[in-house]
Design a protein around this ligand. Sequence first.
Ligand SMILES: Cc1cc2nc3c(=O)[nH]c(=O)nc-3n(C[C@H](O)[C@H](O)[C@H](O)COP(=O)(O)O)c2cc1C
Length: 196
Amino acid sequence: MKSHWVVAITGASGAIYAKSLLEELGKTNIKISLLFSEYGEWVSRHELEISENVLLADYFGKFAKKADFQFLENSNLAEQVSSGTSRFSGMAIVPCSMATLSAVACGNSRTLIERTADVCLKEHKKLILVPRETPMNLIHLRNMATVTEAGGIILPATPGFYNLPKTIEEIAQFLAGKILDQMEIGHQISERWGEN
Ligand SMILES: Cc1cc2nc3c(=O)[nH]c(=O)nc-3n(C[C@H](O)[C@H](O)[C@H](O)COP(=O)(O)O)c2cc1C
C-alpha cells in the first residue's frame, strides 16, 4: 500500500521547516494529508511572507510534483485519519507549538491535529513532533517526556551547523532531513556527516 503521511503545521515559529519538508515530500510518490491550525496558518503567512490573496493550500500544494497532496480542515473531526481504522503511516507536526504539545500530552482530541496525534499513539503509528520554544518551562519539558513515554518522537527544531550551512534554506533542510529519516523516507536534502 502507498505510504500516507499526515503533516500538520501549528503556530510555533519555524514554518520554513514545514516548507522544506513538503518540498522534499512533493518529489516522492507518497500521499500527504496536510493540515494547519489557525495559528499555524497565521505564523506561516507571516514567516513565509504569503500574501492574503494566496490560499495556504495553494502555496504548499505547488510543492506536490509527484506526491498526492490532500488538504484537511483542522475543525473536521470526521476525516478518515481521525479514526483508528485509518491506514495512514504516521504523522509529523512541524513545527509543533507548546499548546499542541500540551494537547497531545493530555490526550485532548478537540481538533483534527490533536485527534490524529492521539490516534497515532493509540495505534502505535509513528508520531513525530518538532517543538520550538525557548526557554522551556517545566511543563513543556514534562509534556515532552509524557509524549515520549507514550511512544511519540520529540525531534526539536534544533538544526546542526557542522555541515557549514550557507543559507537559511540549508539550515531548514538539515532539520527536514532529520524528519525524513524518522519517516524512513529516502532523501538527499542534506548531507550526512562523513559520507561526502
Ligand atoms: C509570531 C508568533 C510566533 C510564535 N512562536 C511560537 C513558538 O515558537 N512556540 C510556541 O510554542 N508558540 C509560539 N507562538 C504561540 C502559538 O501560536 C500559540 O500558543 C497558539 O495558541 C498555538 O496554537 P496551535 O498549536 O493550535 O497552533 C507564536 C505565536 C506567534 C503569533
